[in-house]
Design a protein around this ligand. Structure first.
Ligand code: TGC
Ligand code: FAD
Length: 392
């Protein structure tokens, strides 16, 4: 892969709207990605391997629990800092951002919000340092967009719960130490349980042959009569709203993260267009290429403003789930379209691993599907503005 020459576009001086702390946190993450992620990520993706060597670095830049209070090992930052960290990581690779999203918003968040003090103290500090890695089991083979139909279940056996079922498409599953698993009790009510590696009957087979998110490990979570101690049930929230609350936080992070992927594609294409000469002049001088580049920077700028405003609302505790859906849907779509256009600007070179664009493009095909598909987020907006439920 070519050396990482990334320069972040900021067409509307959005930096002026950030605090010094935001910029310090963002720049530390940016420097780390340049130094520790860019040199290894293409090979990891080509080999379909999650590069475990980057786990301590992710912890150091605050990517594991950015907004979790410091008393539990988190970084105690605001939501805009969280977004900026996700942006920089996904500038490197969506799969690496996936690992951070799952650890922070889908594992640490529910333990912090829905767990008791003992659970917080037991799990959060080790998750914050990356000593333990987590996964989040909501999706099942027959229940993806409709998680409320899940069949994974647990029965009360007096001194423990007996867990049965299977989860599919689970990021980090093959190497996770703990899994936050959503399952129904005997009354059909959804609860979160922390399942630990080593519990008898719990296995995590890897899903192979992905064309997307190749540097992120994806797999299953299988439960065959797993005895889960009663103290591993998250006591403070139940019902489908509990996992969906975690998704709000992760979807918010994705709305920032995808800006990073888009910025990387735009920056690469702009540099290439200025250097590549055809018909006696740089291809940047042709109107058709300028149209692509001008539209890219316009869309990136709009996405940056959307994410920043959403971050302000989140900091004030005012962001609605529907507002988060709009930003996730718009910004993933924006990044995917930019990746496709940027790939064309590079001509044949665009399909090689010399440049990051094709990897971003393939990664974004997962990002547009997970955490709620493009269609599902449109229906969430549709329901919000009309009051009519078009899901069922
Ligand atoms: P519905 O009847 O609408 O709602 C059930 C209950 O949940 C509440 N609720 C929410 N609560 C918090 N946050 C949200 N975003 C919420 N949305 C709904 C709702 O108020 C209700 O509460 P209550 O108290 O009345 O019971 O549920 P539904 O069955 O009709 O489904 C709605 C739908 C389709 C929007 C939802 O299920 C959905 O979002 N589906 C998409 C599934 C999804 O996003 N899965 C993601 C799996 S995790 C993942 O992909 C990780 S990728 C990780 C990575 O690598 O980054
Ligand atoms: P389906 O729900 O079967 O959808 C198929 C198509 O039907 C989609 O286009 C969808 O938009 C459409 N559709 C569905 N319902 C409707 C409707 N009511 N109206 C109109 N159209 C509809 N899940 C986890 O729990 N944890 C994870 O860590 C995790 N990581 C993932 C990592 C990767 C790489 C991938 C690809 C997925 C991951 N997922 C994870 C699962 C992900 O959240 C689901 O794939 C996603 O929610 C969609 O579910 P599905 O694939 O079953 O598609």
């Amino acid at each position: 892969m070519k050396p990482d020459l990334f320069e972040a576009p900021d067409y509307y001086n959005i930096d002026d709207l950030l605090t010094e702390e935001h910029k310090l946190i963002r720049d530390a993450a940016r420097d780390w990605v340049k130094r520790d992620v860019s040199p290894i990520i293409e090979e990891a993706a080509q080999n379909a391997e999650f590069p475990k060597s980057i786990i301590p670095g992710l912890a150091e830049i605050g990517a594991f629990g950015p907004y979790i209070p410091e008393e539990y090992g988190g970084a105690g930052l605001d939501q805009i800092s969280y977004g900026l960290i996700m942006q920089e990581i996904e500038r490197g690779d969506s799969g690496v951002r996936s690992t951070a999203s799952v650890q922070s918003s889908l594992v640490m968040y529910p333990i912090w919000k829905y767990g008791n003090e003992e659970q917080r103290k037991k799990y959060l500090p080790k998750l914050a340092t990356g000593e333990w890695m987590g996964s989040f089991g909501l999706t099942e083979p027959d229940h993806g967009s409709n998680p409320g139909g899940m069949v994974t279940n647990f029965k009360d056996k007096g001194d423990h719960y007996l867990l049965n079922g299977a989860k599919l498409w689970i990021s980090n599953s093959p190497f996770c130490d703990v899994a936050v698993v959503w399952a129904k009790n005997e009354e059909g009510r959804i609860h979160g349980l922390v399942v630990e590696r080593g519990m008898e009957g719990f296995s995590t087979p890897e899903t192979h042959n992905k064309w997307s998110l190749r540097a992120s490990a994806t797999g299953e979570l299988i439960f065959q009569d797993v005895k889960v101690p009663k103290e591993n049930l998250l006591p403070n929230k139940s019902g489908l709203g509990a996992p969906l609350g975690c998704l709000d936080s992760a979807r918010y992070g994705i709305s920032w993260g995808t800006i990073g992927a888009a910025m990387d594609c735009y920056d690469t294409a702009l540099r290439y267009a200025k250097e590549r000469v055809q018909f006696g002049k740089p291809i940047a001088g042709f109107q058709l290429q300028q149209k692509k580049l001008a539209e890219m920077i316009t869309e990136i700028t709009k996405a940056q403003l959307l994410a920043l405003r959403l971050g302000q609302l989140k900091n004030e505790g005012k962001a609605t789930s529907a507002q988060i859906s709009m930003a996730k849907r718009n910004n993933v779509d924006m990044a995917l379209k930019i990746a496709r256009e940027a790939r064309q600007i590079l001509g044949g070179m665009g399909i090689t691993g010399e440049y990051s664009i094709m990897r971003h493009m393939m990664n974004l095909e997962s990002v547009i599907t997970y955490e709620g598909t493009h269609d599902i987020h449109l229906l969430i907006t549709g329901l919000d503005i009309t009051g009519e439920n078009a899901f069922k």
